[in-house]
Every structure is written in structure tokens, then in C-alpha cells.
Design a binder for this molecule. Structure first.
Ligand code: GDP
Length: 522
């Protein structure tokens, strides 16, 4: 099959949701429906069942959360679906945002009893600002929940995405009978299975039979669907692909209701891997020579041998294990002798890959997040947006005899993007400030310094509220003003840290000539 044909059968996506909305359950069910798992329940270990969780870090288990992203591939209807996992914790993390730069669509899972929960709003807004196509799944409809029409309003108001229901529930939440496919008018009736462990028996029922058998539940569903017709809330491929409207599906991952409709939508509606635009706005055609970019770096995943894996998304050409790729930043060759797909602790050697696929390159010393790789024709893909840090802390080694290990850890975890390490230009590594999007990043940082570098640290809060990019000239002036600290980022850029947001606003107003740039978000 040609590279273009291979790309056309790829669907690369992520599931985003608030913790507990059902992301893991839906992932399991996707695997079940695709035939990749014989029995659901193998993704997240629950009460002694087989575990294939990402257990890269002890902390994950301690907290019961998944901090590292994994990529999962499975076949469905002759298509290859690449599901990139996003960390499912309550805190924001840059990791999640970076994953979004490597996918072509997302499935947004909402708990239909809760709707959009504040902590995850930001994540949804990022999808919106990047015009990523979003498929919405209103989950847990087997339980009493909120009115679906109300949930649609919430999606529109809070995220600015126009909801276009593809299916509509028959029966109220708690007594869920099935869904109408608004595109065909057909009724899909669901039957419960034992704890949802097997594929739910689905019965395709024609509208007349549905009316006769489901009575008022059917009529009510038809009425509501009619209302939606009237406001032209029909699935629209063009605005979905532009990230303006979102096809909505109703179901229950736990009982498998509606799962197949979502999988079908990923195949039928979500875009295939397409030619990517590079940093100079040129298209890198799918059938050009192989190219990829690094969206995630993770070190020390395997305790038995120290290693560093760079996760790349293939953008063009055919990737073959063993090929030599060049890194655009260093112009150094990288031999891809060890290439694997990584799911949890399991690694499978990958021999070839196509646009849309994710490959974990082992022994990737020298590759950083945002680097592009190419086979022969040079290319640089646009930089992955960095998020403006919102929380700040200082770090101090607890054991003064471990300064060397501390420095090594700082450098590596900064490169990996676990946190941003800011250094005082005069003091170097001795009093770094850590900057992050969410507090949890500090905990991960401290945990890994201790576990992997044997350099336990103390994290102390730092009194800063805002950060701006600046230059040497403005830094001179800012140093004269109190309450501002000038630091240097890993990439050499100068940043100014402000103890008060109010103060920053005043300075911006009073001295408009100073360079105080926002760190791009979104
Ligand atoms: P995640 O944190 O988003 O990955 O959520 P999980 O998939 O782990 O689900 C959180 C909890 O909600 C678990 O106890 C699931 O069994 C439950 N759950 C998931 N989907 C459904 C559903 O459709 N209906 C009901 N009633 N519970 C569900």
C-alpha cells in the first residue's frame, strides 16, 4: 500500500475528559469493540484483574493516576486507530497539551450528570483555540443525569463549540433504551451485558417498530430530535473539521451503550493523517521522504536500564526501523535502531510506521521536545506551544553532598519539560526557580529527582504571580524596580518574574517600551 493510502487509513486522536468521567472505561471498550482485547477490564487494574496500566512510575500507582502518556494502536473496520493517552489527573499539565499537538482529533468525554467541570475547561479551550475537531461523548447515561438539551447549551456557551447531536437518547437517563441515529432515523436498542464485559447486543430497529415498541420514550426522543432539526443542529463535516461544531453521541461506556457509534465516527468523520505544514508554512506532502517531530520525551522508564525515549509523530513518508534520521536543531544523525510502540510497561518493536503513527525512539539522548527529524529533505515543523507557567516554586537539595546529582536531574527534567527550570544568571544552578502550569508537575519533579537521581529535594513556594519574556535591555531597567526577578530559561531566553500581577499591569501601562511578552498559550 502506498504511503498516502496508509495515511488515509490512520486516525490519530486523544480522549480528553475530567477525571472519573469515563476515559479509561471508554478506552477499554474501544479495544473490546476493535477485537484488540478479549475482555474489557485489562487497561486499568481493578481488583486483581490483568493489568496493562502504564506503571512507569511508582508515583502513578501511589496516586492511582496516569502521569505519563502512552500511545495505543488498534485496527477497526480496516482502519488503524492511534489513541494517544493524556494524563488523567485533576491538575493541568503541559504534557497533555503537548499530546494535543500530535493528534488530528479528540474525543471529549463528559459525565452527563456533571457536564463540563471547571478544571477541564481549559483543556477544552485549547482544543477550540487550535481548531482541533472534537467528537463529544455524553457518558454515564445509564444513570440519572442532566437533560441532554441542557448539556448541549453548556457545550456551546462554555467552549464555543456548536453541538450537533449525531445520536439522541431514547428513554430517560437511568432508563436508557437506546439511541436514534439522527442521520438515518434508525433506532439502536441496547441490551445490558454482565458488567459490560462483552460487546453489548445491539438491535437495529426501524422507526415504525420503534414507535410501536417504545411508545412515549420514542415519541419524546423524536420531539427533541425534531427541535434539533429546527435549529439545524445536524452533523456538519466541514465545520466539525474546522473545529467549530462537534458531533455529539450519547451512551454509557460502562454498559457499552453507544460505544460503536463513537468508534464509527472516528473512522467516518475524523480526519485521516494529512500533510502537515512546516514552520515556513510549506506543506510537507505525505509521500515526501520520512519526517517526524518529537512531542514527548521520557527518561528512565525502565528501571533495569537507564534510557530515554523520544516519542515522535510521523508526518510524512514511510518510517523503517534502522533508518537514519537527522535532527533539525542539531543537524546530527540519529540511528533508529530501537524503535518501539510503548503501551504501559510493554514495548513492542516496530518495524515500520506511516504518517499519523507514534513511534517511541529508544536511546534518544540528544533529542528534545519540538525537534523535527527528517530522512533526506530538511524540514522543521512549527514549535510546540509552551504554556505560560502559572505556579512557581524554588527547589533546594536536601543533601548538600548530592549537588552534582541535583544539577544533572535539573538539566534532564527541564529538557523533558517536566517543569521549566529558571536560573538566576548570576547564581547558575544553585537557586533555581521552577515554573509550571500545574502544582502536580512539582511533585512529579521532586519524586523523580529523588527516585532517579538520588537527589532528594525540598520544594518551597516562591512568591511570584506572573511571568513575561524580556530582553537584556529591558531586564536592566526591570532590575531597578523592586519585586521583579530576572531569570534565564533553559533555551537562554530571559524572563521576568513578578511578585504581583497588579504591579506587572502598572509597569506595562507606565513603561510601554519595555519588552514584556506573553509566553504563548494555545
Ligand atoms: P477516568 O478517570 O476518566 O479514566 O474514568 P474511569 O473510566 O476510570 O471511570 C470512573 C468511574 O466511573 C469508574 O468507577 C467507572 O466504572 C465509572 N463509569 C465509567 N463509565 C460509566 C458509565 O457509562 N456509567 C456508569 N454508571 N459508570 C461509569
Amino acid at each position: 500500500m502506498s504511503v498516502v493510502a496508509e495515511a488515509q487509513r490512520r486516525r490519530t486522536f486523544a480522549i480528553i475528559s475530567h477525571p472519573d468521567a469515563g476515559k479509561t472505561t471508554l478506552t477499554e471498550k474501544f479495544l473490546l469493540y476493535s477485537g484488540a482485547l478479549a475482555e474489557a477490564g485489562a487497561v486499568k487494574a481493578r481488583s486483581g484483574r490483568r493489568s496493562a496500566t502504564s506503571d512507569w512510575m511508582e508515583m502513578e500507582q501511589k496516586r492511582g493516576i496516569s502521569i505519563s502518556s502512552t500511545a495505543l494502536s488498534f485496527e477497526y473496520r480496516g482502519f488503524q486507530l492511534n489513541l494517544l493517552d493524556t494524563p488523567g489527573h485533576r491538575d493541568f499539565s503541559e504534557d497533555t497539551y503537548r499530546v494535543l499537538s500530535a493528534v488530528d482529533a479528540v474525543v471529549m468525554v463528559l459525565d452527563s450528570a456533571k457536564g463540563i467541570e471547571p478544571q477541564t475547561l481549559k483543556l477544552f479551550e485549547v482544543c477550540r483555540s487550535r481548531n482541533l475537531p472534537v467528537i463529544t461523548f455524553l457518558n454515564k447515561y445509564d444513570r440519572p443525569g442532566r437533560e441532554p438539551l441542557e448539556l448541549l447549551d453548556e457545550i456551546e456557551e462554555q467552549i464555543g463549540l456548536r453541538p450537533t447531536p449525531a445520536t439522541w437518547p431514547v428513554g430517560i437517563s437511568g432508563d436508557f433504551r437506546g439511541v436514534i441515529d439522527r442521520r438515518t432515523g434508525e433506532f439502536t436498542r441496547f441490551t445490558r451485558t454482565v458488567r459490560g464485559s462483552a460487546i453489548a447486543p445491539e438491535e437495529l430497529v426501524d422507526p415504525d417498530t420503534a414507535a410501536a415498541e417504545e411508545g412515549s420514550a420514542w415519541e419524546h426522543a423524536l420531539d427533541e430530535s425534531g427541535l434539533l432539526d429546527a435549529i439545524e443542529a445536524d452533523v456538519d463535516l466541514e465545520s466539525f473539521r474546522a473545529g467549530e461544531s462537534t458531533p455529539v453521541f450519547v451512551g454509557s461506556a460502562l454498559t457499552n451503550f453507544g460505544v460503536r457509534h463513537v468508534l464509527d465516527a472516528i473512522v467516518d468523520l475524523a480526519p485521516a493523517a494529512e500533510a502537515r505544514v512546516d514552520a515556513k508554512d510549506n506543506r510537507r506532502e505525505l509521500d515526501a521522504d520520512c519526517s517526524a517531530f518529537v512531542f514527548k520525551v521520557q527518561a528512565n522508564m525502565d528501571r533495569s536500564h537507564r534510557d530515554r525515549i523520544a516519542f515522535v509523530r510521523i508526518c510524512s513518508g514511510r518510517f523503517e526501523r534502522g533508518m537514519v534520521l537527522t535532527c533539525d536543531r542539531t543537524e546530527k544523525p540519529f540511528a533508529t535502531k530501537y524503535a518501539s510502540t510503548v503501551f504501559g510497561a510493554e514495548r513492542t518493536t516496530i518495524e515500520e510506521a506511516y504518517p499519523g503513527d507514534v513511534v517511541g525512539l529508544v536511546n534518544a539522548q540528544g533529542l528534545n521536545i519540538g525537534d523535527s527529524l527528517y530522512e533526506s529533505t530538511p524540514v522543521s515543523f512549527p514549535p510546540i506551544p509552551r504554556f505560560s507557567p502559572e505556579v512557581f516554586a524554588s527547589a533546594r537539595p536536601l543533601d548538600t553532598g548530592k549537588v552534582k546529582q541535583f544539577r544533572k536531574g535539573l538539566a534532564q527534567l527541564d529538557e523533558e519539560g517536566v517543569v521549566q527550570v529558571l536560573r538566576d544568571p548570576d547564581m547558575g544552578d544553585s537557586a533555581p526557580i521552577l515554573a509550571a502550569v500545574g502544582q502536580l508537575q512539582f511533585d512529579v519533579f521532586a519524586d523523580r529527582l529523588d527516585a532517579e537521581f538520588n537527589a532528594p529535594i525540598e520544594i518551597l513556594s516562591a512568591p511570584y504571580e506572573a511571568i513575561r519574556l524580556t530582553d537584556a535591555e529591558s531586564a536592566k531597567r526591570l532590575r531597578e524596580i523592586g519585586g521583579i526577578r530576572i531569570m534565564e530559561r533553559g533555551d537562554g531566553h530571559l524572563v521576568a518574574l513578578f511578585e504581583s500581577r497588579y504591579r506587572l499591569q502598572r509597569i506595562e501601562g507606565d513603561e510601554p517600551d519595555l519588552t514584556l511578552d506573553h509566553i504563548i498559550a494555545g
